[in-house]
Design a protein around this ligand. Structure first.
Ligand code: HEM
Length: 445
């Protein structure tokens, strides 16, 4: 049931439900002339900003959806000096690098190294042509008052891989439902509006009034080295008599994520994939990590799902207590970027072309959301119990090797040392995605 309480025509569309198109461009810009930019933001960009209401109904979805968000230096460039009370946002992502586990900026896209990026325009459509047409039209309107600093074209993977990230796993299954706005599927987290939207119920920070119904947007360009990941799985199959070596490799990959490629959770399908389960939204999120017949999560059992599994690290469900009243939920809205693995890359087990995830997530607090999940859960070897090790997908150790336990169900205390990071951070930026009224009445005046 859709809430009457949220002003959905004022909330940018990507935040709560995502623009959900097969192509999405991230256009990072700097503001050259604030006065002119403000005028054009109001007259030309604001009418194009796609609202949540517009996205909810197919008939009102534009050919190319547009959202816009600003960095701290972008707000300063617009002479907005109010304190949004979000420390990671205020400092920018580069200054936060020590909390994220990145090995310095060696692998960062050079344009992310610094604080020059003032904002990002998100353009989503069915085709790249539509996006380019819209971008050209925006650029001609904005003229010299902005400069392009960097762009990243995202695209859903082709054919049956649509909706799957580059390692091959179905993505976008488990996002929290916002209280009073979405009816939760079984097992979906339900969060107060203020956990995602600034100034709403449950947001305990003091904010300027105009920031209400905005959300902090974290962008990260996460490169995935896919042939190397596949080779690692092939070289390290889990040995279970009932499984072929290929199935043992599949099982290792599934236990690293916590789901099979179809999306079926390993907690419910511990040995082989179950595509019917994976495709069923009424069942594929309906688990808590509490074993059948028990009432609380067992602190030692990893037979069904490792504590280190990516989805268990980033949403521990009953491991940290039910109901899930913790405030560490994010709404993810990313999209893959880069081409499919080529035959040459597969044959040499070596990535030569940049591909990965254009990671986007929304929260009312960057510190309680993205930063917390990355720093205090994924990168924390003692979470959720001592000796668990890193999240094998996104856990990062400043470039040093990562030890992961629990992956082998026949010997959960066995530690597997990952020689390399299969996900390599190429950096990003922290943004604030304001409400339409904030754009109209504050940012553009
Ligand atoms: C879930 C892959 C980065 C947080 C998932 C799922 C996959 C996946 C396949 C399962 C599908 C789903 O539940 O929707 C990846 C890959 C990444 C990446 C390949 C990097 C290239 C991140 C980052 C974070 C994150 C950086 C946050 C710091 C989450 C969360 C879930 C999730 C919160 C849902 C867990 C749940 O509700 O059970 N990811 N992810 N992911 N991921 Fe990631």
């Amino acid at each position: 049931a859709n809430a009457v309480s949220l002003n959905l025509t004022d909330i940018q569309g990507d935040i709560l439900i995502g623009m959900k198109k097969n192509k999405e461009l991230f256009f990072f810009f700097g503001i050259e002339n604030a006065t002119e930019f403000k005028a054009k933001l109001k007259s030309d960009i604001l009418p194009l900003v796609t609202t949540t209401t517009q996205l909810l109904n197919v008939s009102t979805q534009p050919t190319t959806a547009l959202n816009i968000a600003f960095s701290q230096t972008g707000l300063f460039a617009l002479n907005i000096t109010d304190n949004l009370n979000d420390a990671p946002f205020a400092g920018g992502q580069l200054a936060d690098i020590g909390n994220l586990g990145d090995p310095g900026t060696t692998n960062w896209v050079p344009q992310f190294v610094g604080t020059d990026i003032h904002g990002v325009i998100l353009l989503a459509s069915d085709t790249v042509d539509n996006i380019n047409t819209e971008l050209a039209s925006i650029q001609s309107k904005l003229g010299d008052c902005i400069t392009e600093i960097y762009s990243l074209q995202g695209a859903a993977r082709p054919g049956n891989e649509q909706g799957h990230e580059h390692f091959g796993f179905l993505d976008g299954i488990s996002n929290p439902a916002v209280q009073g706005f979405q009816t939760p599927f079984p097992g979906q987290a339900v969060v107060p509006t203020g956990e995602i939207l600034v100034g709403e119920d449950g947001d305990s920070f003091s904010r300027p009034a105009w920031a209400k119904d905005g959300s902090f947007l974290v962008f990260r360009q996460l490169k995935q080295i896919v042939p190397e990941f596949n080779k690692f799985l092939l070289d390290n199959p889990i040995h279970i008599p009932a499984l072929t070596p290929e199935q043992g490799s599949e099982l290792l990959g599934a236990r690293m994520i916590g789901r099979w490629k179809s999306g079926a959770p390993v907690f419910l399908a511990p040995l082989v994939d179950d595509p019917v389960l994976g495709a069923d939204p009424t069942r594929n999120n309906n688990f808590t990590y509490v074993l059948p017949g028990q009432t609380v999560a067992n602190t030692t059992d990893q037979s069904k799902c490792p504590f280190s599994a990516h989805i268990r690290k980033t949403r521990p469900r009953a491991d940290i207590g039910l109901p899930e009243t913790n405030n560490h939920h994010i709404v993810r809205g990313g999209i893959p970027y880069g081409p499919e693995v080529t035959a040459a890359e597969a044959a040499s087990n070596t990535t030569t072309i940049d591909r990965g995830l254009a990671f986007v997530c929304y929260q009312s607090s960057t510190a309680a959301g993205f930063q917390f999940l990355q720093n205090l859960w994924a990168d924390n070897t003692q979470f959720v119990h001592s000796g668990v090790g890193f999240d094998p997908i996104i856990g990062a150790n400043q470039g040093a090797q990562r030890a992961v336990s629990g992956l082998d169900p026949t010997n959960p205390s066995r530690t597997i040392t990952l020689a390399t990071d299969f996900v390599v951070s190429r950096g990003g930026e922290y943004f604030f995605s304001p409400s339409l009224s904030a754009i109209a009445n504050t940012l553009s005046v």
